[in-house]
Design a protein around this ligand. Structure first.
Ligand code: IMP
Length: 218
């Protein structure tokens, strides 16, 4: 399976520009948001592009069976719900939960699998759908664990990337699809949380630093 030139362009991350930043729309949680970095419309447009790239790349592979979308709980649920509907191929869904953050806004560095897949990965084409790559530790751990189950292929589609050095980035072709590259700030909304809040915001915004307790600040 090869990625065509035009699909590769669609798969490349779009860099979020500071000129895009906007005040949050009025709402009960908007007072906690410093600024919006991605609107609902920008997210939707990009997801249609990612869906088109995935459809094109997996078209042939899908002749031998549905693509298995591995959705990481809980942050990727909103993204995955929209992304799978932008993929014009047979797709099966499965869920996995790994934890590396606890309730703070900084990574703990340790990763724990809380819920495993129900599906057999052996000889399947699988696509891990991830919300955000920060340190990449969670994803790296997942890939090591899931690779041992011998899927035919296993690539990653991440909505956001903070562009830090991480092992997954060094594996050719693994991080195949990325929505946006974003600055190194703590963001919430569209599935992403702080202490389980803000997941239902329709946009992605930077959380005001005063929302963190002092010891949790970066
Ligand atoms: P990583 O292992 O550091 O790449 O990140 C693990 C998980 O932490 C991600 O899948 C997210 O669920 C969460 N995370 C990382 N950065 C942020 C952020 O800026 N906002 C909200 N959650 C984040």
């Amino acid at each position: 399976m090869s990625v065509s030139e035009s699909a590769r362009d669609l798969a490349r991350p779009v860099a979020v520009e500071p000129e895009w930043y906007a005040a949050p729309p009025t709402g009960c949680q908007s007072g906690d948001i410093a600024h919006v970095i991605l609107t609902e419309a920008q997210i939707n447009t990009r997801i249609r592009e990612l869906g088109a790239a995935i459809t094109r790349d997996y078209w042939q592979a899908a002749q031998s069976g549905p693509l298995l979308a591995i959705i990481t709980l809980r942050g990727a649920v909103a993204f995955a719900a929209d992304l799978v509907r932008a993929i014009d191929l047979p797709v099966e869904l499965d869920f996995i939960s790994a934890s590396s953050y606890g309730s703070s806004a900084t990574t703990s560095g340790s990763v724990q699998i809380l819920k495993d897949l129900d599906s057999d990965l052996n000889q399947r084409h699988a696509l891990i759908i991830e919300d955000i790559i920060d340190t990449g530790l969670t994803l790296s751990k997942l890939i090591t664990m899931l690779d041992a189950r011998q899927p035919t292929s296993m690539r990653v589609c991440a909505l956001l990337d903070k562009n830090k050095p991480c092992p997954v980035r060094n594996e050719p072709g693994r991080l195949a699809y990325t929505g946006f590259s974003i600055p190194d700030a703590f963001v919430v909304g569209y599935g992403l949380d702080y202490n389980q809040r803000y997941r239902n915001l329709p946009y992605i915004g930077v959380l005001k630093p005063e929302i963190y307790s002092p010891e949790q600040q970066r």
